[in-house]
Write a protein that binds this ligand. Structure first.
Ligand code: TRP
Length: 329
C-alpha cells in the first residue's frame, strides 16, 4: 500500500462542471494527485438525498462528470476515481455510524437548516436528507484520510465527520483519524449575468463548451453598467468580467486591465478579447483530452470499474475492523 498521506473527496453529479468548479475544487484535486494517495468519487447517493423524485439523470451525469474530471487533468493512473454507489461498504458504514450519531447533531447542522428553509421546489423531509452528513462521514472515514479537499461550504459537514469519528473511537477504540479540511480559497466566479453561476440560469462557462459558444456568451455579458461609452472610466470591482481575469489572466495583465479600465483607455470589447485569448489557452488542452476520451467509447466505464475495484479493496479492510469493533465479527 502507498506510503503517501491519504485524502478523499467527492462531488455530487448534478450537471456539467463550470469554471467555478474547476477553480474552486478540481484544481486542488489535480495538485493533490501527485503528492497524496488520493481518492475522488462521484457522490451519486448524495445526489439522491434531494433529487430522489427524478433520478433519471444520475447515470448520465455521473459519466459526464468523470469525463469533465479526466479532461481537466485528473489522471486515473495517479488517483482512484470511483462511484460511491458501487462501494456498498459506504452504506454499511453509514448505517453503523448512524447508531452512534445523536439526532440533535443532525438537526442543528447549519447546512441542513439553511437548505430546508431555502429549497422550496423539493420536499426535503426525508430521512436520507437529514442523514446526509452521516453518509458523508462514512465516505470520508472509510479511507482513514488525514485531509479532505473541499470548498468552504463543506466545513460544517466535515466538523460533524470528526465528531462522529471521535465518538466511534471513544466507544469502540481507535480506528478513525481526524481529517482536516484542505481548503481551496473560494474562487470568485459569478454567473455571466451577475447571478450565481448555475446550470439552470445558463449563465456559466462550462468546461465542455466550445470556444465559439463561449465567445457569444461573453460578447453579450454585462461589464460595469455605469460604463456606457469607452470614454467613461470603469470600475473593475463591480465588473462581472474582472473576477474571471483574476482566475485566468496574469498578474501583469490584471494590473494593465485595471489601469486601462479606470483611466478609460481600455474598452470592454478589447478587455473581453484579452479574456477570451487566455480562456482559449486554458481550455484547449482540456478539449483535446476530452476529444481523445470521446474517441474511445466505454473508457469512462473502464476508468470507474478500475477505480471501484481499488476503492472497494480499501473499504473492505476498514469494514472488517469496524464490524469487529462493533461486535459484529
Ligand atoms: N457534500 C459534498 C458536496 O455537496 C459531496 C460529498 C459527499 C463529499 N461525500 C463527500 C465531499 C465526502 C467530500 C468528502 O459537494
Amino acid at each position: 500500500m502507498s506510503q503517501k498521506p491519504r485524502t478523499v473527496s467527492g462531488m455530487r453529479p448534478t450537471g456539467p462542471l463550470h469554471l467555478g468548479h474547476y477553480f474552486g475544487v478540481i484544481k486542488n484535486w489535480i495538485a493533490l494527485q501527485d503528492t497524496e494517495d488520493a481518492y475522488f468519487f462521484v457522490a451519486d447517493w448524495h445526489a439522491l438525498t434531494s433529487d430522489y423524485a427524478d433520478p433519471s439523470n444520475i447515470g448520465h451525469n455521473t459519466e459526464a462528470m468523470v469525463l469533465d474530471w479526466v479532461s481537466s487533468g485528473l489522471d486515473p493512473e495517479k488517483c482512484v476515481i470511483f462511484r460511491q454507489s458501487r462501494i456498498k461498504e459506504h452504506a454499511e458504514l453509514s448505517l453503523l455510524l448512524s447508531m452512534i450519531t445523536p439526532l440533535s447533531w443532525l438537526e442543528r447542522n447549519p447546512t441542513y437548516k439553511e437548505q430546508l428553509q431555502q429549497i422550496s421546489n423539493k420536499d426535503l423531509g426525508n430521512a436520507g436528507f437529514l442523514c446526509y452528513p452521516v453518509l458523508m462521514a462514512a465516505d470520508i472515514l472509510m479511507y482513514l484520510p488525514h485531509g479532505v479537499p473541499v470548498g468552504e461550504d463543506q466545513l460544517p459537514h466535515l466538523e460533524l465527520t470528526r465528531e462522529i469519528g471521535r465518538r466511534f473511537n471513544y466507544l469502540y477504540g481507535d480506528l478513525f483519524p481526524e481529517p482536516q479540511a484542505l481548503l481551496t480559497p473560494a474562487a470568485k466566479c459569478p454567473g455571466l449575468d451577475g447571478r450565481k453561476m448555475s446550470k439552470s440560469y445558463n449563465n456559466g462557462i462550462f468546461l465542455s463548451e466550445s470556444i465559439d459558444e463561449i465567445s457569444k456568451k461573453i460578447a453579450k455579458m454585462y461589464t460595469d453598467p455605469a460604463r456606457k461609452r469607452i470614454s467613461d472610466p470603469g470600475n473593475p470591482d463591480i465588473c462581472n468580467l474582472f473576477p474571471y481575469h483574476v482566475l485566468l489572466s496574469s498578474p501583469e495583465e490584471q494590473n494593465e486591465i485595471r489601469l486601462g479600465c479606470t483611466s478609460a483607455t481600455l474598452g470592454c470589447v478589447e478587455c473581453k478579447k484579452i479574456f477570451l485569448r487566455n480562456l482559449k489557452a486554458f481550455l484547449e488542452p482540456l478539449h483535446e483530452r476530452r476529444a481523445a476520451l470521446e474517441a474511445r467509447p466505454g473508457c469512462v466505464a473502464e476508468i470507474l470499474d478500475a477505480g471501484n475495484a481499488r476503492a472497494r479493496k480499501f473499504a473492505a479492510a476498514t469494514m472488517e475492523k469496524a464490524r469487529a469493533m462493533m461486535g459484529l465479527d
